[in-house]
Design a protein around this ligand. Sequence first.
Ligand code: NDP
Ligand SMILES: O=C(O)C(=O)[C@@H](O)[C@H](O)C(=O)CO
Length: 275
Amino acid sequence: MTPTFTLADGTPLPAVGLGTVKAHGEDMTATVGSALDAGYRLIDTALRYETEGGVGDAVRASSVSRDDILVTTKIPGRHHGYDEAKESVRLSLANLGLEQIDLLLIHWPLPKVDKYVDTWRSMIDMQKDGLVKSIGVSNFTEAHLDRIAQETGVLPVVNQVELHPYFPQADLRAYHAEHGIVTESWSPLGRGSELLKLAPIADAAAAHDVSAGQVVLRWHHQLGAVPLPKSSNPDRQRQNLDIFGFELTDAEVSAISSLERGRIWDQDPDTYEEF
Ligand SMILES: NC(=O)C1=CN([C@@H]2O[C@H](COP(=O)(O)OP(=O)(O)OC[C@H]3O[C@@H](n4cnc5c(N)ncnc54)[C@H](OP(=O)(O)O)[C@@H]3O)[C@@H](O)[C@H]2O)C=CC1
Ligand SMILES: O=C(O)C(=O)[C@@H](O)[C@H](O)C(=O)CO
């Protein structure tokens, strides 16, 4: 069984989840189905990915109990605002074919649009109404988190952010730890880039007789973050979940963190917009 973190609202969150940004032509129902068979219990989707249908089909078809699966989805920029957020959830529930969203996130803060506080208020109310179990955010900076805390008194239980060896996010992780927010890592493998071939990662893989991908995902775990690797390949899915049988040394963790050079895609949450 995959270990879990406990969210501030008491919900257990699996320590690794499956990302579902779709490769061209991919059958997401098959991808999520094989992941559930492999032991994944946390599935990350978004209205914007257009993969909610495949995720929901796989969850409903699976022999794994619905209660044991945690489905995350996200409110896109086009649905920021109090009423718009409710419409977003109505669409997501219909796409997923599920009664409740387990973890709902604001996908990006879009500070220039300046509606993320209203969106957050709507999510607080939807949680009270039982449409949504846990509420969190994605791509929020410390300033965005401070603002929703000040204006609503409610902190997110999760902040899902870009995090990989090129961008370890030490300051934001420290803020999260101080405020009881669990860090989720998006693009945890740097999208399977040349990053996986770099010396500190390849050396640790050889030392522990595991793959480079497993080393990077274990590095996330030892930083206290929950990686959401995407793979449609059943062998890599199993490998990406199998990171709890070895431990990186402090020196290996530091060497991997020292690869830091910044965001890969130049998506600064203060300025980046997508709808
Ligand atoms: N909140 C946000 O703003 C964002 C959230 N996300 C979420 O994070 C998830 C993961 O991020 P993503 O950008 O997909 O990138 P990842 O870092 O997860 O990389 C995915 C790529 O790596 C390959 N891969 C998977 N496992 C391995 C392995 N062990 N060794 C080598 N290559 C591997 C995959 O190919 P293959 O399928 O063939 O295995 C795929 O091409 C997304 O799917 C999405 O759910 C992503 C971006 C932004
Ligand atoms: O995949 C996501 O969740 C996103 O927010 C995307 O915008 C992602 O960052 C991307 O692919 C941008 O090119």
